[in-house]
Design a protein around this ligand. Structure first.
Ligand code: 5GP
Ligand code: ZN
Length: 143
């Protein structure tokens, strides 16, 4: 969570407050979903928590659950409305991952046969540097 100044200037907080227009497709007390202003495909939608939080780790487990319940609902509606056979669902979580807007958002990108796009595997190719066993130990030791 961030201070009030950051919330005032955040474009997604401005959408939540109704100060910026958006094509809202779903809203409840804690989450809102609206069309991306530069859609990658028809129906490209962003799902956000209404409270300003920059990263997934900044959400309470309860709110993270609510956010993904909304993702599931909206994904179903997009699938039905646009007859989208597939979806990519993802978060650019942090600047190094490509996050441009510092208010957590889940992208729902409808996918269509022959649209020319790749999968999540097309983000990076073979950039692993450490052996799998070492990485496993490092992560498993924190659990
Ligand atoms: P990021 O790279 O941070 O994951 O993606 C941010 C997304 O927000 C981009 O796809 C961009 O098109 C979208 N976006 C940025 N500003 C606005 C806005 O004012 N309204 C809407 N609807 N989408 C926005
Ligand atoms: Zn915000």
């Amino acid at each position: 969570m961030r201070g009030q100044g950051e919330t005032m200037s955040c474009v997604f907080c401005q959408i939540v407050r109704g100060e910026l227009p958006a094509h809202t497709v779903y809203e409840d007390s804690e989450t809102i979903a609206f069309l991306d202003i530069h859609p990658m495909t028809d129906g490209h939608t962003l799902v956000i928590p209404k409270v300003h939080a920059e990263r997934l780790a900044d959400l309470s487990p309860e709110l993270a659950g609510k956010l993904f319940q909304t993702v599931q609902k909206v994904a179903g509606r997009i699938t039905r409305a646009l007859h989208a056979p597939s979806l990519n669902i993802g978060i650019n979580d942090g600047r190094a991952a490509g996050q441009a807007v510092p208010h957590l958002h889940v992208h729902i990108v409808p996918r269509f046969p022959g649209d020319g796009g790749g999968s999540i595997h097309s983000i990076l190719y073979k950039s692993q540097k450490r052996p799998l066993e070492e990485v496993h130990r490092l992560i498993a030791d924190t659990l």
